[in-house]
Design a binder for this molecule. Structure first.
Ligand code: MLT
Ligand code: MN
Ligand code: ZN
Length: 303
């Protein structure tokens, strides 16, 4: 199986258009310890010919242009694409806006939780995806489904949050099971599998049991500390208020994974405020010491 990181940044990307935080200013200025990153998405293939996208980022056109494997094959039909399916982990803008750029008559299967399919159905702009070409399929929990390209996906709910644009003031953000899911992508022929969880508020017992002993997990790397958006005066929200557990601290992902025996751990969906974006930061050294890698655009993993 080939896993490509198309975009390793959280919503807004890196640098973010309206952000003048230290990280964004330094990467814009070309400081060598930081690299630019597009918004959160992966591409997966079993044979290198047919590809499944995991999330559709607002930067999808640029991501496809930067990835020759996702271009039409030489000699193929005048309109064609190796992309056979797109699976979503949530309805956040950084994970669904790219669907609008896949509207040019490309046939593919769109897979998401019933909660996220409902959110898309309620937004009429997504009707540009012609149902004659794009089948919308609900990912069931607790059973694996074949998604094309010889790959299967098992979906499971993770602690999280409803999309920002669906939050209603005064309520508990309306969060229900399936607002955020994790995806276990597998090759049924060999049993090879990995997990993709770009948004997660906590690792509960069910999730810990599921991930224990996994070969590869690509996990929510939004923030290093829960308060960093507030401390840097970027927002008044903590990570947990945004449905993201942080890397550090007793409730953080480094601590939660310490005893899970996961062979390879990679942070994705990294927010522009996160100090691990600097190659030479003590925080980067800290996550590496804990056995984590920090994803970058174009990173390729073979399983
Ligand atoms: C998130 O991951 O919390 C969302 O992408 C936030 C957003 O929609 O901007
Ligand atoms: Mn996001
Ligand atoms: Zn910034």
């Amino acid at each position: 199986m080939i896993v490509k990181v198309l975009g390793s940044a959280a919503g807004g990307g890196f640098p973010q258009a309206n952000c003048n935080c230290r990280n964004c200013a330094d990467v814009r200025a070309g400081k060598p310890s930081l690299i630019q990153r597009t918004q959160s998405a992966l591409a997966v293939s079993r044979d290198g010919e047919r590809w499944v996208l995991l999330n559709a980022s607002p930067d999808i056109r640029q991501q496809i242009a930067a990835t020759p494997a996702l271009a039409p094959r030489p000699g193929s039909a005048v309109r064609s694409s190796p992309i056979v399916a797109v699976a979503l982990t949530d309805g956040d803008v950084d994970h669904v806006a790219g669907l609008l750029s896949l509207r040019e008559g490309l046939p593919f299967t769109l897979l998401a939780s019933p909660r996220v399919l409902d959110a898309l159905a309620a937004n009429s702009i997504f009707n540009v995806l012609n149902p004659r070409h794009v089948a919308r399929v609900a990912l069931p929990f607790g059973t694996r489904v074949e998604v094309g390209g010889g790959l299967a996906i098992g979906a499971y709910p993770v602690p999280g949050k409803i999309a920002l644009y669906l939050e209603e003031a005064g309520r508990d953000f309306g969060t229900r099971e399936g607002d955020r899911i994790g995806l276990e992508v597998s090759d049924p022929a060999t049993g090879t599998a990995f997990h993709y969880i770009p948004g997660c508020a906590a690792i509960d017992a069910a999730l810990a049991g599921r991930l224990a002993g996994a070969r590869l997990v690509l996990f929510d790397g939004t923030l290093y500390t829960d308060e960093e958006m507030i401390t840097q005066r970027l927002s008044d929200k903590t990570g947990l208020r945004m449905g993201h557990m942080s890397m550090s601290g007793s409730l953080g992902s480094m601590a939660a994974f310490a005893a899970l025996g996961v062979e390879r751990r990679i942070y994705v969906h990294i927010n522009n405020s996160n100090p691990v974006l600097r190659d030479d930061s003590p925080e980067r050294a800290d996550v590496q010491r804990a056995g984590w890698e920090v994803a970058y655009d174009g990173m390729e993993i073979r399983l």
